[in-house]
Design a protein around this ligand. Structure first.
Ligand code: ATP
Length: 364
């Protein structure tokens, strides 16, 4: 069992650098939690506070209802896998994995069993007598994970463990990590700046920016209902298209005005806006590239000129401008279109996003 609770956690480094602010989160036992955000947002600091490698400035951190603020790393029953693997270069793979257990004065036979078992799980049995320099990046990463597994910790912490691997290996290891989590049935906290990793690995994802949590939700919810404009553009490639627009009230109905052109919206949106008593205001209107359709000319459609088209196998990205705003459309690569063609597009209104212009907050 290992649930982890952060209560109002703050971390201030010397010279008043506020790395993490008012961090609240409850991680369930066996959950795979991902912390994601741009460089410097405080995710590594958060992870290091859980490991006990960084002092907590204020707030309370609980592991299984035990306050651990003042516990030493070795008293927390946690294992951490680092980005740079941190293997001992002069030791064999076997000794690298056995080292932590030897320090704990575990019986030789028990150590042997644990190392062999971890090596089997990670498919590195053939490599046990090699030194780290004779391993590929992917193999080194497996050894680093193996060193964590042998300790059967309550919690696994992983800090960008795949970022030194090439794209293909990264994809493979991602699948391995999902399998590992299923097999070990332990709580994982995984730090990354890569949104694909976050979205594919996490049961839930914490999105951070400038030391502040922006949203905590399942990957699907984050994609479908981003809490604000930052989350909306951080998750999803190519990123969500955004336009300055107006939320207006006409004939006692909410409508969107984009450069003077009226757009209707689904009834469920109108109901939410009414329920929240949202006033007509300037907004940022968001639509993901895959939710723009190429159509015949209709009263609702917009005419655009194709600036660039990128063929990506089964789909195509069309770059254009709508009222001087850059816009990207994801379309089928079977379409027969060329640069400088004029096409008509319309938005899937069920998939529109409305953000408050001032704060970026999702209005729906
Ligand atoms: P990255 O993806 O680049 O590793 P991160 O999101 O993990 O970034 P942190 O490493 O947690 O971010 O850093 C958060 C903030 O705290 C940054 O502004 C960073 O410069 C600062 N910081 C980190 N470690 C220290 C330190 N030891 N002393 C002072 N400031 C620090």
């Amino acid at each position: 069992m290992a649930s982890i609770t952060f209560k109002e956690i703050c971390k201030v480094y010397d010279k008043d650098v506020v790395a993490v602010k008012d961090f609240n989160l409850e991680i369930q036992d066996k959950e795979f939690m991902v912390l994601v955000g741009p460089s410097g947002c405080g995710k590594t600091t958060t992870l290091r506070m859980v490991a006990g490698l960084e002092e907590i400035t204020s707030g309370e951190l609980y592991i299984d209802d035990i306050l651990v603020n003042d516990l030493l790393p070795k008293e927390r029953d946690i294992a951490m896998v680092f980005q740079n693997y941190a293997l001992y270069p002069h030791m064999t793979v076997y000794d690298n994995m056995a080292f932590g257990l030897k320090i704990r004065k575990m019986e030789k036979s028990e150590i042997n069993e644990k190392v062999l078992n971890a090596a089997k799980i990670l498919d590195i049995e053939e490599l046990l007598q090699r030194k780290p320099r004779a391993l590929s990046g992917g193999q080194r990463q497996r050894v680093a994970i193996g060193r964590a597994i042998v300790r059967s910790p309550k919690v696994f912490l992983m800090d960008e463990p795949l970022s030194n691997l090439d794209a293909k290996l990264r994809n493979e290891m991602r699948t391995e990590i999902i399998k590992l989590h299923k097999r070990l049935q332990t709580t994982f906290i995984y730090v990354t700046h890569d949104q694909t990793e976050a979205m594919t690995l996490g049961d839930r994802v914490v999105i951070m920016k400038d030391g502040l949590v922006q949203q905590i939700a399942s990957p699907q919810e984050i994609y479908d209902k981003p809490a604000n404009e930052f989350v909306a553009t951080f998750i999803g490639t190519p990123q969500m298209n955004l336009f300055d627009a107006e939320l207006i009230m006409e004939d006692d109905e909410y409508k969107i005005s984009l450069n003077g052109k009226r757009m209707d919206m689904p009834n469920k949106y109108k109901e939410t806006l009414r329920y929240k008593s949202i006033k007509p205001q300037n907004i940022r209107l968001g639509i993901r590239p895959e939710n723009i359709i190429i159509t015949e000319k209709t009263p609702e459609s917009f005419e655009i000129n194709i600036d660039v088209s990128e063929l990506m196998g089964h789909e195509m990205l069309i770059h254009s401008k709508l009222y001087n705003n850059p816009i990207i459309i994801k379309a089928s690569s079977r379409l027969n279109i060329e640069v400088d063609d004029k096409i008509n597009i319309s938005f899937v209104t069920d998939e529109l996003h409305l953000f408050e212009k001032e704060t970026g907050k999702n209005l729906l």
